[in-house]
Design a protein around this ligand. Structure first.
Ligand SMILES: Nc1ncnc2c1ncn2[C@@H]1O[C@H](COP(=O)(O)OP(=O)(O)OP(=O)(O)O)[C@@H](O)[C@H]1O
Ligand SMILES: [Mg+2]
Length: 534
């Protein structure tokens, strides 16, 4: 069925590329016609797409489908979006085959395909397939062809005919009506790892810190722990994950999309536990908040709906830390590029741990600090006042005495605390269920200013207490609002609909670290206050 050389055969198939965590539809048009033989690619294609030519030609040849000498033109629309993915290999190859009448053109109607070709004709996984599947359903497309390794995530989207393939020959056979491509079989969720997760029961003493951890988990509040070396800060933070409430289906899908786009889903089908990310302090700004070519999501976005733990927080580059300011407020991070900007989700609980001074013993009753006031000031200035202002709960984690360390094993496990946390979260979800729109909070920490007015009313005594604390501690407006949110959480843990004076007092205590003036947004005042404790 070879046509006249100059007739030209025009074929269309759908594919998709990513912007942030969203997929957008790309129309792959292929024209096979007369004229000088060659391969022409138009539509703002980056290197990864351009190099597809070699992969496609070789993969086709190794599948027994060598290309004749024809003029092949490939157009990727919309032309204004810069496309940088290997996922077009498969749809372009299919378009060429249909253009050569090696598969029926009608077989590509309403089909979306993604997949990278290997030289031997096998099909490699690509990033972001869950987002692609969501797009395909939204667009009402009949069929989605994905690499076998990506089939599980595609299958999370219902109401879509998903087919998985391991090599080109398999796809060709299906489209010719000779043999069907398999549908994905949803694997049952991966078995729980046997290893016991770190549990709060391992931590002796530190009752105040444990309580703060519980409050933070219950309301999704940011937390900063300050204490001498070896007092258990890292140990406590690593146990926070075991206290967090389960994720909703929606949250779980959001996380899965992110990990898929980042290429970190691996063999997992679904991210169903809240992420706990603990980047090393040498992390770059792009590594932390996202960036690089693509751009790719950073640790902040990978921690979405979970915890971003910055251990030894003062060791991070100051600029890197500062880049967290806006996202902590907005719950998302926007990376601006010359042509377009990309927004990634970034709703996290920020948890930091640090020593009070370079030697670590400022305020330690058992050991003298050897740092000068200037050293302490320089040390702390690495963490800016505005950043500290965004931390709802700031606590001292003092050194344990030997008796405390060797004392009775505590009897409360993470599971017990987690039950109380889950109950408090449930109250929050119910409370906010009436809020309409995309800004509906899921936890107290996510409340906006308008929500505060509605949900965080306090009585006259409460107002008096807040007023006093505000002037005594020099609280900024943001800090006062954050105190109110924490008080709301403490009341929720108490199953109390009203914020009482005791709830407020506890919330204020989390802002009362003796750093010589608090959270004014004025670095000088915050960070030079506390002197040697000797
Ligand atoms: N409250 C505690 N109960 C039981 N063990 C503890 C406790 N605090 C500290 N430890 C022991 O001390 C070790 C060090 O604790 P951890 O690493 O959490 O200290 P840190 O406060 O992070 O110190 P640094 O400031 O040096 O990072 C723990 O691994 C544990 O063995
Ligand atoms: Mg530590």
């Amino acid at each position: 069925m070879v046509r006249a050389l100059d007739a030209g055969m025009h074929v269309k198939i759908y594919s998709a590329d990513l912007v942030g965590v969203d997929a957008y539809k790309v129309e792959v048009e292929v024209d096979v016609g007369g004229g000088l033989p060659g391969y022409h690619l138009v539509g703002l294609a980056a290197t990864a797409v351009a190099e597809g030519r070699v992969r496609i030609r070789t993969a086709l040849a190794n599948t027994g489908l060598a290309l004749p000498a024809r003029k092949i033109t490939v157009n990727l629309a919309p032309a204004e979006m810069r496309k940088d993915t290997t996922a077009f290999d498969l749809p372009v190859a299919l378009g060429i085959l249909a253009g050569l009448d090696l598969i029926p053109q009608s077989a590509l109607d309403g089909v979306m395909a993604v997949g990278e070709l290997a030289l031997d004709g096998s099909i490699r996984p690509v990033r972001g397939v869950l987002s692609v599947a969501m797009l395909a359903r939204e667009e009402g497309l009949g069929r989605l062809i994905v690499p076998n390794e990506n089939a599980q995530e595609a299958a999370l989207v219902s109401g879509l005919d998903v087919r998985r393939c391991t090599n080109l020959a398999q796809v060709v056979a299906d489209l010719r009506g000779e043999a069907d491509m398999p549908v994905p079989v949803l694997a049952s969720a991966a078995a729980e790892p046997d290893r016991r997760a770190p549990d709060l029961v391992d931590v002796r003493g530190q009752e105040a810190a444990k309580r703060a951890l519980e409050v933070a988990a219950a309301g999704g509040h940011n937390l900063l722990m300050i204490g001498p070396p070896g007092s258990g800060k890292s140990m406590l933070a690593r146990r926070l994950a075991s206290l967090l409430p389960p994720m909703t289906t929606q949250e779980s899908l959001e996380c899965t999309r992110i990990y898929s786009v980042a290429g970190l889903l691996g063999a997992r089908r679904l991210i169903d536990r809240r992420p706990f990310r603990a980047p090393h302090h040498s992390v770059s700004m792009a590594g932390l908040v996202g960036g690089g070519p693509g751009p790719k999501p950073g640790e902040l976005t990978l921690a979405h709906n979970g915890v971003l733990f910055l251990d030894e927080v003062l060791e991070f580059q100051r600029g890197t830390l500062e880049s967290l300011r806006q996202p902590l407020e907005d719950g998302s991070i926007t990376i601006t590029r010359a042509k377009a900007s990309v927004t990634f989700p970034a709703r996290v609980m920020l948890v930091g741990a640090m020593n009070p001074c370079p030697c670590g013993h400022l305020g330690d009753p058992y050991r003298a600090c050897v740092c000068s006031a200037a050293q302490v000031a320089r040390y702390r200035s690495r963490l800016s006042g505005p950043l500290v202002d965004r931390v709802d709960i700031q606590i001292d984690v003092p050194r344990l005495s030997y008796d405390e360390l060797a004392g009775e094993r505590p009897d409360e496990t993470s599971a017990q605390v987690r039950d109380r946390v889950a109950e408090a979260r449930l109250r929050q979800v119910e409370r906010f269920s009436g809020v309409v729109g995309p800004s509906r909070p899921l936890s107290n920490a996510q409340m906006g200013v308008a929500d505060l007015e509605e949900f965080c009313r306090v009585g006259p005594k409460g107002h008096e207490l807040l007023k006093q604390a505000s002037s005594r501690l020099g609280l900024s407006a943001r800090a006062v609002h954050r105190v109110l949110k924490v008080a709301r959480t403490i009341a929720d843990l108490d199953s109390d609909d009203r914020i009482g004076v005791a709830h407020l007092a506890e919330a204020i205590s989390y802002r009362s670290l003796d750093w010589g003036g608090q959270s004014t947004g004025d670095e000088q005042r915050i960070w030079t206050g506390r002197r040697r404790a000797s």
